[in-house]
Design a protein around this ligand. Structure first.
Ligand code: 16G
Ligand code: ZN
Length: 549
């Protein structure tokens, strides 16, 4: 019919590059930007179908995050603002790899029938498009639009250059019928931040600490947006470097570089020793802190995602216990929300020990936001972070509803009491932190607010616990899929025998811990090792790398 012939003709303008196979991994499709036009076009089609299927607004983000500037990628935001539902990933793979227009049209036809997608309602399909600052973004955006409108009636809305979390936030807000423009996003962040600052207890050591934060914007969209946010923000002294005007995106800058290399990014040096510094990644969904050491070649103290998680968890726990103080006898007022933290095997063992000692419940999932997010959503308050700096805090609807009510009640009965303040702080956190995905901008503001609340310097924060020395290696293999893991990637179940060998080797090291897993984004197997000294961690990692090679 008509729809089929439109897909046939439009897709023939976007032929797939021969011999390239892509898969919708943890980060969507990602490749050299020159290879991506047909894929992005096809993901446009998929997004329109997803929108029809869910009767909701869907997001399409064009970014390759921390990867090099010549790469690009495309990722879908589901109606909730989260990642694309995993049961659609095989369809995404099939679409991207269909050899020609005929196969493509057939695939779509079959899928529409199988999923009962109401093509006749296509005017209700709406897709929000965002892209980062990569030069290839504009032409890929056009390919995405062409894909979307080849489902006749579907509407593509270009939201311009955005951070990944901004687009996810907008999609979530739209589907909740809330205000969803970029200005709404900035206003929500700045007002909830201001609220937390206004609630800082008198006498906090605020004035004694160095109040200035210096942020590395990775020469990407995050730095740009932070400049905008800074203008409407009240109560934060912030300097932004690498905001994209001079340097190259992600080149010697950004959260991934800082976390992996453990050195200061470009534009930072010994003169910054002792100052609180932060680094965003190329699409601003990761955040790490660091402080430059005074003596040696750009070495830093890294304050990674695990420590951000620890700071958030401490603060939330403190507010919850204040809120529930003296309420033991009035059961109906004392809602005990479930609080859980979610980590991956990459979390430093010292962080896990610390969180356990602090009485927190900890769960582990495989690497990848979709797994962490899903697990965190099982709690009233679920906090998740990857060591690389991606994470957020999720609040259940039920808890927020209760908290809202409790807050109004306290405003009447004991306005200004410690309990009332705790309730207001928790509400402010739920508005400041991005409930859709990890967001470096909102994460940064929450870290800054909590440090001011505690009266802590970055040094005091970093002293919460001491990271165990660790080492990461990657091993190029012919086929990384032969390695199969279980138990949140901590145990290799195939090939047989490998795990036993890893156990024997690891047992030789005090506090040794080691795991291997196939990467979800690169054609390699990754090795992680941890031990009490750097030398031991290095040795353990290399001997395990030899086992998988
Ligand atoms: C992707 C994931 C990130 C994960 C990384 C691991 C999302 C949005 N991003 O960037 O969470 O840490 O992959 O990469 O899920 P790897 O599998 O190559 O080690
Ligand atoms: Zn990113």
């Amino acid at each position: 019919e008509k729809q089929r012939s439109i897909i046939l003709s439009s897709s023939s303008r976007f032929p797939p590059p021969p011999g390239v196979r892509l898969s919708y991994g943890t980060a969507g499709f990602r490749a050299d930007s020159l290879l991506l036009e047909s894929t992005v076009f096809r993901v446009g089609i998929l997004a329109a179908l997803r929108s029809l299927n869910t009767h909701s607004v869907i997001g399409l983000m064009i970014t390759a995050s921390h990867n090099k500037v010549s790469d690009n990628g495309i990722k879908i935001s589901d109606p909730s603002g989260g990642m694309l539902s995993q049961d659609w990933e095989p369809f995404a793979d099939a679409l991207a790899n269909a050899p020609d227009s005929q196969h493509l049209a057939q695939l779509i036809d079959d899928f529409v029938k199988k999923e009962n997608i109401p093509l006749e309602e296509a005017e209700s399909a709406e897709i929000l498009l965002g892209r980062d600052t990569r030069p290839s973004g504009e032409s890929l955006l056009d390919a995405a639009k062409q894909g979307i409108i080849s489902i006749v009636g579907a509407v593509a809305v270009d939201m311009g250059v955005l951070t990944t979390p901004q687009l996810h936030w907008m999609v979530r807000a739209r589907n909740k019928a809330m205000k969803a423009t970029e200005l709404d996003y900035f206003n929500q962040l700045s007002s909830s931040f201001r609220c937390l600052i206004d609630l800082i207890p008198q006498g906090s050591a605020v004035n004694k600490m160095n109040d200035n934060v210096v942020v590395d914007g990775a020469n990407g969209v995050g730095g740009e947006k932070l400049e905008v946010l800074k203008k409407i923000l009240n109560g934060l002294d912030m300097e932004i470097r690498n905001s994209g005007k001079e340097g190259v995106l992600n080149e010697g800058v950004g959260a991934d570089y800082v976390q992996k290399e453990k050195v200061a990014p470009r534009g930072f040096g010994p003169a910054d020793a002792g100052i609180r510094c932060a680094s965003l990644d190329g699409d601003a969904d990761r955040l790490v802190y660091f402080s430059v050491l005074s003596n040696a070649n750009n070495k830093i103290d890294l304050v990674d995602g695990d420590k951000i998680l620890s700071l958030f968890a401490l603060f939330i726990k403190e507010q919850l216990s204040t809120l529930n103080k003296n309420e033991g006898d009035k059961e109906n007022k004392c809602y005990r929300p479930t609080l859980g933290v979610v980590q991956t095997a990459y979390a430093n063992g010292a962080s896990t020990d610390y969180l356990k000692q602090s009485g927190l419940e900890i769960m582990f999932t495989p690497t990848g936001v979709k797994y962490l997010h899903e697990k965190a959503a099982e709690y009233d308050i679920g906090i998740y972070f990857e060591a690389n700096g991606h994470g957020t805090i999720l609040f259940s609807e039920g808890f927020l509803h209760w908290l809202d009510g409790r807050n109004s009640e306290l405003a009447l009965t004991s306005k200004g009491s410690e309990q009332h303040k705790a309730a207001m702080r928790l509400l402010a956190v739920s508005k400041l932190i991005n409930q859709a995905v990890g967001d470096a901008l909102s994460g940064l503001l929450l870290v800054e607010a909590i440090l001011k609340h505690m009266g802590w310097s970055i040094h005091r924060w970093n002293e919460l616990y001491h990271d165990l020395p660790s080492k990461q290696l990657k091993v190029k293999v012919v086929d990384r899929s032969v390695i199969v893991t279980e138990k949140a990637e901590t145990v290799v179940v195939r090939p047989l025998g490998i795990q036993e060998a890893i156990n024997i080797e690891t047992a030789k090291y005090p506090r040794g811990r080691c795991f291997v897993r196939p990467s979800g984004t690169e054609d390699v197997v990754r090795v992680y090792a941890e031990a009490t000294t750097q030398e031991a961690a290095d040795n353990l990692a290399s001997s395990i790398a030899r086992l998988v090679d």
